[in-house]
Design a protein around this ligand. Structure first.
Ligand SMILES: NC(=O)c1ccc[n+]([C@@H]2O[C@H](COP(=O)([O-])OP(=O)(O)OC[C@H]3O[C@@H](n4cnc5c(N)ncnc54)[C@H](OP(=O)(O)O)[C@@H]3O)[C@@H](O)[C@H]2O)c1
Length: 291
């Protein structure tokens, strides 16, 4: 039963769009394909892996928490699907090299990469003076790790002249910049732009990319931010539906309806928009200004 407050599901559909993929369409697209899903231990990645496996894909589950990956794999196998567990820390380039060697040895190749693993931080710059590692960590997981994984998988994809890469990005890289989200949004933006640049070099070799500019999803990631908990957002399964549409239809991008107007407003009225968010930041800040 849907336990969300009345009115939320409609609002969520209006804001995020309701275009997912049917089970039949997904099955036609992924049956007997090998799909590697990063961040498959929790949240959107877990829900995506389960949906893909139910549609007949062999899913390769990647994240750090081996026991949780095993639990997801067991659930998939019990339901009649195929799943393999490949624990790896995407912040470690050597671990990614080992992962890809293992995957190519065991499975011959990867048809679809769902680059979903991510790390979110919401912290003001004043609280970050002694925390340069926040910037390092978000970049490791949201930009450098995914880029390294793509670099390792691309040679085999290009050689086989087939491959698809789905980037689970955030609507926040398209809407005006927001105070306190600097480390997270900068790292997500970096991978978004990197992938869009290389995408132009890959299509000719049969490799395509899709970017899902995801709106708010209620997961472990959004949980620590009380404001987000009070806002209408997608369930992990609804988010997985969008990711699976990207897998099946290979669109250039999936963009929720609210993003384009917000993006246009931010571009056309950049200074007033910055001032608006600045006012919100000051109103919600508990820190005293330096005397
Ligand atoms: N939730 C939202 O509102 C929202 C909105 C827009 C976009 N997104 C994006 O959606 C993606 C999934 O987020 P989620 O909400 O499902 O978050 P989540 O529930 O916290 O899941 C994050 C996943 O990433 C994995 N991960 C984190 N660090 C890793 C590392 N160093 N190496 C390997 N795996 C790592 C985690 O597994 P382990 O901890 O086991 O390693 C987990 O499986 C992220 O890229 C996020 O930026 C989320």
């Amino acid at each position: 039963m849907d336990k969300r407050p009345p009115g939320w599901p409609l609002l969520v559909a209006l804001v995020n769009g309701c275009g997912g993929v049917t089970d039949d369409r997904l099955t036609t697209a992924v049956r007997d394909k090998v799909v590697l899903v990063t961040g498959a231990s929790y949240g959107i990645g877990e829900a995506t892996a389960k949906r893909l496996a139910a549609a007949g894909a062999t899913v390769l589950l990647v994240a750090r928490t081996a026991a949780q990956l095993q639990a997801v794999a067991t659930e998939i196998r019990t339901a009649g699907g195929r799943a393999r567990v490949h624990p790896a820390n995407l912040a470690d380039p050597a671990a990614i090299e080992r992962l890809v060697t293992e995957v190519l040895r065991d499975h011959g190749g990867v048809d679809v990469l769902v680059s979903n693993a991510g790390k979110s931080i919401r912290r003001s710059v004043a609280d970050s003076y002694q925390r340069f590692h926040d910037i390092e960590r978000t970049n490791s997981v949201n930009y450098l790790g995914p880029a390294k994984l793509v670099l390792e998988l691309l040679p085999s994809m290009r050689e086989r002249r087939t491959g698809h890469i789905v980037n689970v990005s955030t609507a926040g890289v398209r809407t005006p910049p927001l105070a306190r989200w600097s480390a997270y949004l900068a790292s997500k933006s970096a991978f978004d732009v990197w992938l869009r640049c290389i995408s132009q070099e890959l299509r000719h070799d049969g490799v395509t990319t899709s970017t899902v500019y995801m709106g708010l999803v209620h997961t472990r990631m959004s949980e620590p931010t009380p404001l987000l908990n009070r806002m209408p957002g997608l369930t992990p399964e609804q988010a997985a539906d969008q990711v699976c549409r990207a897998v099946a239809d290979r669109p250039n991008n999936i963009t929720p309806p609210f993003v384009r107007p917000a993006e246009a407003l931010g571009n056309l009225l950049r200074v007033p928009t910055d001032r608006l968010f600045e006012a919100y930041f000051r109103r919600t800040s508990t820190r005293k200004p330096p005397s």
